[in-house]
Design a protein around this ligand. Structure first.
Ligand code: PMP
Length: 354
């Protein structure tokens, strides 16, 4: 830290993104990206937009919001597009949390919530998941704080039913409930339709996972219009041009081809079932993940050791050095070929013969 850093950031603990080592080609199963490229027409649409890069993008993202609204069955002014869903989550901490309205989220969940709370000086409470790593909705009823729930949760992949989340929303009418649906397209039921019923619900989603666009950075929030207006006030006070032209062009192209994305999600859910079965056969315990990753532990090897040994073999998975989950690893569901390479490497490490 330099002597110039503001005192208010002196105790900041930044988020640590999944590693991207450059020393060799790895099979990358550590950051929940899609193993599939965006649909074919995306390149052409993006190249056309290059000739307009001298102009600022549309700060209102009108074309994108209109197209997305059609897909989500909401109105364009119930959407705010952001630079990844991380940005809308940060906006939510800025807009809806403070010393008098602290945040609350599970003890095991997306690690960035804590970081957003830290940078925005928001006090927070972590509620332990139960023994099976499940969120107990009762813990959040009438809690009088801004609630952040990832559904499916990360890194467990475990999902709550919409009706369970609705109970949380209903019982906290004076507080915002943020439902982070980064992984919803891999087998969950979205809470988006509930924004027409509750004025205290913000649903966030991303193009990074099911829509193969992690590199373009696009996420969005869906909520009743007054909430979107609040969040827009934050956006226009920080970065009005938060979505660049090339990203909008890519998103419009990919939304015109949503069948391609849906087909990819189906392949990933099939591959998830395959990977889960193969891992179970060799002694792993897994949570019931509905995301594009599995969360797995083996009784004979620590999570860290397995992670390190796989890395030596050119395969990256994600290990979290957190007490309750240190024997687990989060493994992104890739292509069948990537998963076969992973399974073979795991068998070699555990000295399991076919
Ligand atoms: N929420 C959860 C639960 C995530 O795992 C991630 C990805 N790391 C995000 C939000 C943010 O994703 P992005 O900013 O790429 O949209």
């Amino acid at each position: 830290m330099s002597k110039f850093l503001s005192e208010k950031y002196s105790s900041l603990v930044p988020y640590v993104p999944g590693e991207q080592p450059k020393d060799m080609e790895y099979i990358k199963l550590n950051t929940n990206e899609s193993p599939f490229p965006p649909p074919e027409n995306t390149g052409k649409e993006v190249m056309e937009e290059v000739s307009r890069l001298q102009l600022y993008p549309d700060p209102e993202c009108t074309a994108l919001n209109v197209k997305l609204a059609g897909v989500l069955n909401v109105s364009p002014d119930e959407i705010l597009a952001t630079n990844g869903s991380d940005e809308i989550l940060n906006f939510a901490f800025m807009a809806f949390c403070d010393k008098d309205t602290p945040a609350v989220f599970p003890d095991i969940t997306y690690g960035f919530y804590k970081v957003f709370a830290g940078i925005n000086n928001v006090p927070y409470t972590e509620i332990p998941l139960d023994r099976d790593f499940k969120i107990n909705p009762d813990d959040y009823k009438g809690i009088n704080k801004t609630v952040f729930i990832a559904n499916p949760n990360a890194p467990t992949g475990i999902i709550l039913k919409c009706s369970e989340i609705e109970e949380i929303i209903k019982s906290n009418p004076d507080n915002i409930v943020v439902v982070d649906e980064a992984y919803i397209d891999f087998g969950g039921e979205s809470c988006v339709p509930l924004i027409h019923k509750y004025d205290n619900l913000l649903v966030t989603q991303t193009f990074s996972k099911s829509r193969s666009m992690a590199g373009a950075r696009l996420g969005f929030g869906v909520a009743a219009k007054p909430l979107i207006r609040d969040l827009n006030a934050i956006k226009y006070s920080t970065n009005p041009y938060n979505i660049n032209r090339l990203t909008v062009a890519a998103a419009l192209a990919t939304l015109s081809n949503d069948k391609y994305n849906k087909d990819n999600c189906r392949i990933i859910t099939e591959n998830r079932a395959y990977l889960s079965e193969e891992l179970k056969k060799i002694g792993f315990t897994l949570t019931d993940s509905r995301a594009n990753f599995v969360f797995a532990a083996h009784p004979e090897i620590s999570g860290r050791e397995l992670y390190l040994k796989l890395k030596e073999k050119g395969i990256l998975i994600r290990h979290f050095d957190t007490e309750r989950i240190s024997c687990y690893n989060r493994i992104t569901v890739g292509t069948k070929a990537q998963l076969d390479a992973l399974i073979a490497a795991v068998k070699e490490i555990l000295k399991i013969k076919d």
